[in-house]
Ligand binder design. Structure first.
Ligand SMILES: Nc1ncnc2c1ncn2[C@@H]1O[C@H](COP(=O)(O)OP(=O)(O)OP(=O)(O)O)[C@@H](O)[C@H]1O
Ligand SMILES: [Zn+2]
Length: 830
């Protein structure tokens, strides 16, 4: 959408000292652009505030990166159109951090800004304004323009920016919009999934004279009749003290009082009911209450970590599963809060469950706030502001919370540091949150603690080379033993079943026994759906996605074939496209099939499934975990989701259904990943009593990784891996940059890759691998070709190569027929 340039802005006088500013706008631009600051705005413009600028007839709210007096040589800068903020929305540190991210990961600062800023701070032509249903027009002072817009929004509920222009009969709309957002009259809605539905709840509060303690005391002392009402009032007071806020429905439920009794108290003017927009996360009182004592081993580890931090900025806590790492984090967080510092606690998205949040809140109460991608725009901007003001002391969050504007960061914890979900895949910035966090630590002088039961090879190597400190907790808490691991050879299953069973006899026996003993089990299978593919019985033809080079997965509940890459649904195929036969067999098994088998085989047990299909809703995942915690489920079947950091004390048995599929990825990290995954799932068993059993079903029983898992021997895995990484020049011995070329036309994608390789070869020939076709050669109708660059760890060389990549990318894209090619640069691909 274009916003036509207007003439109503301050005109530039030929002042003797023209002032310019470099502004980051949320789009891909090779550089930051420069605008002129008209004299009228010169006093207001400073680093970190937003200004309205126009570029190629589109308007943006951009962030001022630098104010200076150097006139650009090559063009006449345009004036900025308006100033949106009085105070910066980000700190200098964030500007430095964004610059680093863009330089390291080869993307624009605009792309970093796009990822970092909540929608509300990112006005652009595409934004849509949404009316806040909870807003009462008379409750705040509005200027004429603000009132006009508020009124239009109240009637129409949402307006595009062009419509806002019409309403205000002006092009100069950003400042008005900004004011209305600040006053919470409306929200910005950016993407469809994000549609903001404010949730309201009725809260009970004390009515005015009684908010004063002595008045309240008087009231209580003089209370004579209506004992039930007094009871309710006391219940209210108790809640208010422990919970901070009191929701009407919860008060009635917990106190057992009736609505009539509550109404009587309201009518008497003692209490008052108020409808308010609520956040998903409850506000708890800011109390620290540690009701556990660290063990000697934990205390020793704590002491070592602090000693290391005197010398080094980063420390790895390598603690086996259930060694009590979380408890140690809590202690460190508490100490950081007490010195007035902020803490960032990074977790992989799927580990970020109500369970871990509750564990932290139990000890740290209202100091803990949560931030992740499932939050709507409004929640995000609220947290953004609280972090910026230093009001939120502890942020638990997934990857993107590393981009929050911390005011006073003192400690960063990266739990499950090995997890691949810390790496952003698409879109840019393709950053690794752990590595970015470490850089943020240097910028802010915050200490960094990486935690894992199965550290990544790179991190452990950094410990071995003494770049990071290392602290180990190699015993489980309370001396619980590590689970015992048994390999079940699927080849030895009887008769026809040979090599193909989903659940071996041995696993079934153990399941029955576990249930008899009133214990729980987790079965892990890393494929969802019913059967990973259908195959023609006559000729072996397998149905494939029309847009991607992958086989389709059969989902029985939906009776469809689904492409797990692009999400396209297909009707179940009845006739083989190759030979016309009507006989199909189901090959292999997904979580859905295993669930079905279990329901059949264990009719008296409660079976549940946890995978992407089963937990679509915002709270489904948490609900399942809670039900499992409360032992309403005996056997939980799931994908990766059941793996991460969950703490269930009653789980005795873990079954890994198909280890071959985990061991056979084509990726240089396959062994490392397989070890991490299996060790992590295994770690869910026997956490309390140490009587856990893990059964690993596998064909390839001789795979070396199985031995490491059997002995829980991380170091052996590490040595084994390091050896082969060295031979094949993989990290930690090299730095990888992957360049991906995508095009509708296979030949153009290929030619682009070849051409790029030639361009780069002038200086970097020995380091270039490819061009090659990835395992999945087509996704969403785009053919893919790749180059992999393996650079020695030499900073100058890496810098030069990065520069060459950018220059050649721009060159290539300027040539026919490569104008429409998509080039993705992935630094440190995962
Ligand atoms: N000092 C302590 N006092 C009481 N309970 C503890 C203590 N330390 C740990 N625990 C308990 O031991 C169990 C395992 O601890 P925790 O979940 O912190 O392990 P972890 O190292 O984070 O495990 P994982 O890597 O598998 O996630 C938890 O139930 C925890 O409450
Ligand atoms: Zn597809």
């Amino acid at each position: 959408m274009n916003l036509v340039a207007s003439t109503s802005y301050p005109t530039i006088t030929s002042s003797t000292n023209p002032v310019y500013c470099d502004v980051i706008i949320p789009i891909l631009l090779p550089n930051t652009y420069t605008w002129e600051v008209p004299p009228a705005f010169q006093a207001a413009v400073q680093k970190g505030i937003r200004v309205e600028v126009a570029l190629r007839n589109k308007k943006y709210a951009g962030i001022v990166k630098k104010v200076h007096q150097q006139k650009p040589e090559l063009f006449q800068p345009k004036p900025i159109l308006s100033v949106l903020d009085e105070l910066p929305v980000i700190y200098e540190t964030q500007l430095q951090f964004w610059e680093w991210l863009s330089q390291y990961y080869l993307c624009s600062e605009g792309e970093v800004m796009q990822a970092a800023l909540p929608a509300h701070l990112k006005l652009s032509g595409e934004s849509i304004l949404i009316w806040n249903e909870g807003f009462i027009v008379d409750s705040v002072q509005l200027s004429d323009d603000e009132f006009l817009l508020a009124e239009a929004l109240e009637i129409r509920k949402e307006l595009r920016l062009t419509e806002v222009q019409q309403v205000l009969s002006s092009n100069h709309i950003y400042p008005v919009i900004k004011k209305l957002i600040d006053k919470k009259a409306c929200f910005i809605w950016e993407s469809l999934q994000d549609k903001y539905k404010p949730k309201t709840e009725t809260f009970i509060q004390l009515q005015t004279p009684y908010t004063n303690e002595s008045e309240l005391e008087k009231l209580l002392n003089q209370w004579s009749k209506a004992p039930k009402q007094l009871e309710l009032l006391l219940a209210y007071l108790h809640f208010a003290k422990t919970n901070g806020e009191v929701i009407q429905s919860e008060l009635l439920k917990k106190s057992g009082a009736s609505a009539a009794q509550l109404k009587a108290l309201i009518d008497k003017g003692v209490l008052v009911a108020k409808k308010k927009i609520v956040n998903r996360i409850k506000e708890l009182p800011k109390n620290i209450q540690i009701n556990f004592k660290l063990s000697d081993a934990q205390n020793a580890a704590l002491h070592q970590i602090k000693t290391i931090w005197q010398q080094k900025q980063v420390c790895l806590l390598h603690g086996v599963t259930a060694s009590g790492k979380t408890q140690l984090y809590i202690q460190l967080i508490k100490e950081a809060i007490e010195t007035g510092k902020q803490v960032l606690y990074l977790l992989p998205e799927i580990a970020l469950t109500a369970q871990i949040i509750r564990r932290l809140q139990d000890s740290l109460g209202g100091y803990v706030a949560v931030y992740h991608s499932k939050f709507n725009a409004n929640e995000r901007v609220e947290i953004w502001n609280k972090v910026k003001d230093g009001e939120s002391a502890v942020i638990i969050g997934a990857r993107s919370s590393v981009l929050l504007p911390f005011k006073n960061l003192g400690l960063i914890i990266v739990d499950e540091e090995q997890d691949s979900s810390f790496k952003q895949q698409d879109p840019a910035p393709r950053y690794h949150a752990r590595d970015a966090a470490i850089y943020l630590g240097t910028l802010t002088n915050a200490k960094v603690l990486l935690g894992s039961a199965t550290p990544s090879v790179e991190t452990y190597y950094n410990c071995q080379t003494e770049k990071y400190g290392l602290v180990e907790l190699l015993q489980r808490f309370g001396d619980a033993a590590m689970p015992s691991i048994e390999i079940v050879d699927i080849k030895k299953s009887p008769g026809k079943q040979k090599g193909k069973v989903a659940i071996s006899e041995k696993l079934m026996q153990q399941l029955q026994q576990t249930i008899q003993q009133k214990k729980q089990a987790i079965l892990f299978q890393n494929r969802r759906g019913y059967s990973p593919y259908l195959m023609c019985q006559t000729c072996g033809w397998i149905p494939q996605c029309k847009h991607c080079a992958v086989t389709l997965t059969y989902h029985k509940a939906k009776n469809t074939l689904i492409c797990h890459y692009c999400g396209t649904y297909y009707p179940v195929i009845q006739t083989c496209m190759a030979c016309g036969s009507h006989q199909f067999i189901q090959k292999n098994f997904g979580t859905e099939k295993i669930e079905e088998l279990l329901i059949e085989a264990l009719p008296n047990a409660q079976i549940a499934r946890m995978d992407l299909d089963a937990v679509r809703g915002k709270h489904d995942h948490d609900k399942l975990i809670q039900q499992f915690e409360q032992h309403k489920i005996d056997v939980l079947v799931g994908t990766q989701m059941v793996v991460k950091g969950l703490d269930f004390e009653n789980v005795q048995l873990v079954g890994i259904i198909d280890a071959d599929s985990i061991l056979s990825f084509t990726d240089f990290r396959v062994n490392e990943r397989a070890f991490q995954l299996m060790e992590q799932v295994s770690g869910r068993s026997g956490r309390k009593d140490g009587k856990g059993l893990v059964l690993i079903q596998v064909n390839n029983t001789q795979h070396p990784v199985l031995n490491f898992i059997k002995n829980h021997d991380f170091k052996a895995l590490y040595d084994f891996e390091l050896e082969s990484r060295k031979i094949y020049h993989y990290p930690p011995f090299s730095r990888l940059i992957k360049i991906i070329f995508k095009h509708k036309n296979r030949n153009i994608a290929e030619d682009a890759a070849i051409k790029f390789q030639q361009l780069l070869s002038a200086k970097f020939k020995p380091y270039i691998n490819g061009p090659s076709i990835p395992v999945i050669e087509r996704i969403r109708n785009l053919y893919i070709w790749e180059l992999l660059i393996k650079l020695p760890k030499n900073n100058t060389l890496v810098q030069q190569c990065k520069q060459a990549i950018i220059i050649n990318m721009n060159n290539l894209k300027a040539q026919q027929p490569f104008k429409s090619i998509q080039i993705v640069i992935d630094v440190d691909p995962y």
